[in-house]
Design a protein around this ligand. Structure first.
Ligand code: SF4
Length: 102
């Protein structure tokens, strides 16, 4: 099963070597290798502007098809992510924990 990265799904071209990355900058989701967990990463570039923290952008992300597929508890392909992308899975959980205020 091929699980596309967010930049392949949304065709933002802000990934490393993307058509817009040289002029506008590479998105942090690409820099961090988080193409299947991008909503957990603060400062992504979806919609052509810098998105905030997880808490600030989650309303935007819950309407995104990447979230609908890959969110670990709600996504229709969320359960397969940790089997295929274990490094990203660990980063995802660490970033989610960092984003919560205890
Ligand atoms: S998080 Fe958004 S802007 Fe960033 S690479 Fe993924 S789809 Fe593109």
């Amino acid at each position: 099963m091929k699980l596309l990265n967010c930049w392949e799904i949304n065709k933002c071209e802000r990934q490393r070597d993307g058509k817009k990355a040289k002029k506008l900058g590479e998105c942090i989701a690409s820099k961090e290798g988080m193409g299947h967990s991008c909503w957990a990463v603060a400062g992504t570039l979806c919609g052509g502007k810098i998105q905030g923290t997880f808490a600030q952008k989650i309303g935007f992300c819950t309407s995104c098809k990447v979230y609908a597929m890959y969110n670990r508890s709600r996504g229709n392909r969320g359960k397969v992510i940790n089997k295929i992308f274990s490094t990203e899975e660990k980063k995802y959980y660490n970033k989610m924990l960092e984003s919560f205020d205890y």
